[in-house]
Design a protein around this ligand. Sequence first.
Ligand code: G6P
Length: 613
Amino acid sequence: MCGIIGYTGTKPVCPILIDGLRALEYRGYDSAGVALSGKTLTTVKRAGRISVLEEALAAGEAGADLQAPCGIAHTRWATHGAPTDANAHPHATDRLALVHNGIIENDRALRRELEEKGYVFNSETDTEAAAKLIDSIYAETPDPIAAIRAAAKRLEGAYALAVVFADRPKQIYAIRRDNPLIVAATAEGAFLASDIPALLPHTKDYYRPDENEIVVLDAEGEAPSVRFFGAEGELTHPVCTVNWNVEQAEKGGYDHFMRKELGEGPEGVRRTLTPLVRDGLPAFGLPLMDGLGKMRSMRIVACGTAMHAGLMGRAFIERLARMPVTVEIASEFRYRNPILSPDEPILLLSQSGETADTLAALRLARANGIPTAAIVNVIGSSVAREADAVLATHAGPEIAVASTKAYATQASMMALIAVAIAHQRGLITDEKAKEMTAALADRLPAALEETIALEEQMIEQAKRLSSAEHVFYIGRGTDYDGSVEGALKLKEISYIHSEAYAAGELKHGTISLITDGVPVVALSTDANTASKMASNMREVRARGGYVLLICTEATRAEVEPCSDACIVLPESDPMLAPICGVLTEHMIAYHTARVMGCDVDKPRNLAKSVTVE
Ligand code: G6P
């Protein structure tokens, strides 16, 4: 949800900011802007993509000092006001320029107050109130730390703010509350950013300031520095190091990040599961995780695709370990006064570890003394830092807005957790647990690779789907859980209306929408329900629907005769096959959007990291 970057150092800031914005563009792409702090403080901002901003800069817009060695920049996901030049960040006054990721909730009241003082607002954004509030305090007390601290006390909501002051051309000041911000210093400069990919070309070492601290980036002294100031004075933080590399955050010859990342799923699963296997059995090395079997039940809380991985996890855990599991959408969970119990741990799933609703759910659980575990892809993220126990998925940086390789790692981690709980509860023997663990850690990555090799068949089907107005997805059990994710992916990136239905529920309403040629993607990996799926597919075809079947050798004989086209997965194992099935649906969604010429990596209106509620 919006990306911010800042740099002060020895190099011209412009290219650093523009490259940083590109690395953060997945966070929002409605507009982009920079404030360049050199001989003057100038702001250039444009609605639209970063290339539009680049053109404005190249054209010498507003006399911008392209050699300036200090500046801040922003890529926007619009919340308050349409994507226009005026609403783009930075928001500037004569004294300062400011970029903001998050939402200021009391902006209307602040705006009225500042208007009474004579300020004239130029945008519809909440952010402009923060800029003018700091300006009004700084006008009285020209101390940046004091001004930002005083303003922060008045700001309600969530934010990561970065500010440059016209009279301090080599410094950047920043503060965060409930929104991510990382900072780093090298011999060449001091950096701040919303996320790691923006820093990767410069350094792998960074700091995560705590909430409400003032961060000062300074290139005035002998070496560029980053300093942190809490209410009690200066603080230090341990350095965090990321093991990602720049290549992982680049397209590497692919047309889209999404296609590259689909291909990285199998290796991500291998890297995720391998360290969690000891003597052939799941071993998490965390008391909470290794004692899950003793718990009465479990709650999984997450958003979007991560929540769908939780649905798949629920099915695995309930089926294998006989533990009741509920899966909740994080934004619903926190506002319905949930009934919590200490023998029902909460497991949070999040790729970014910064999703506002997931983080708030975690805090609610912790405030009530509930044990919490988190499965996150970004180590050092807020969710990872605050949960009692943390398991890392090693998907590597995920840039495409549509989450794919993260899903593969999350779903496979959930499968391993199911095996672990079943084993802890004595429901499966050592031998069976070892067999299942090996299937997940060794066989699943290979099966996912073999699934990707079926790409030509998926492209064929994608061409057909690309002309559809509506697409339905059906399945039963884990295949329904997979269908929900398949439908989400297709609608997110191709804008084709798609919905998932439990196959048995079709005849209770949705079947009225099936007319001649309407595609229905049927996922059937579960031999126990294959005959029922076959009936449901027949019902669809009897109404003229086109059934694209994704099945396994175990279900094929039953379901293939009821389909118009069939993709047979390379794996029939009840835990592996649905994960391969979802990968197939992800690939079909990707190719459908690509055939349609959609902006696959940056779908309309979406952002990858949703740090607002
Ligand atoms: C956004 C993204 C989704 C993602 C969801 C949860 O909506 O577009 O792809 O699944 O947030 O994100 P998280 O980082 O918590 O997994």
